[in-house]
Design a protein around this ligand. Structure first.
Ligand code: HEM
Length: 114
């Protein structure tokens, strides 16, 4: 089961790369959108994050920091709402685009530093 867990961690990194990459490639654009990389990256983070906690606690008997996980989950829910709502529009505001990127970086910092 540890192999499955490790594979999910790799997918978690791919989801981060997709979400942040989709944000970063628009740095110099004047019209910003929610691109497929951002949408699929956010969903990947949600699915792999929940699966990591589930497998870690249920099958591997590990104890996660639940406050840290809860904060990351709330931040990702906000990102996902912005991404899902923005995906239906032809463009999103710079503020919405920046919020998606900054919240993604915030979750990365919480994951590594806390
Ligand atoms: C935008 C959203 C997210 C980003 C950018 C993100 C980023 C990261 C990063 C960079 C790591 C590696 C930390 C390290 O090894 O030091 C990590 C690990 C982890 N993340 Fe996330 N994460 C996100 C969302 C979530 C969510 C929503 C959950 C759970 C509901 C979650 C659960 C976990 C778990 C359990 C680990 C530990 C993996 C391990 O080291 O064994 N993540 N995350």
């Amino acid at each position: 089961m540890e192999t499955v867990y490790d594979l999910l961690v790799i997918l978690h990194f791919i989801g981060l790369a997709s979400l942040l990459g989709g944000f970063l490639v628009q740095m110099r654009d004047t019209t910003r959108v929610v691109n497929p990389a951002m949408f699929h990256g956010a969903l990947t983070q949600l699915v792999t994050g929940l699966a990591l906690v589930g497998i870690g606690e249920a099958a591997l008997d590990w104890d996660f920091d639940h406050v840290k996980i809860a904060i990351k989950l709330v931040i990702l829910v906000v990102i996902t709402v912005l991404v899902v709502l923005g995906r239906r529009k032809s463009s999103i505001s710079t503020a919405t685009w920046a919020a998606i990127g900054l919240l993604t970086v915030a979750n990365t910092a919480i994951a590594v530093l806390v």
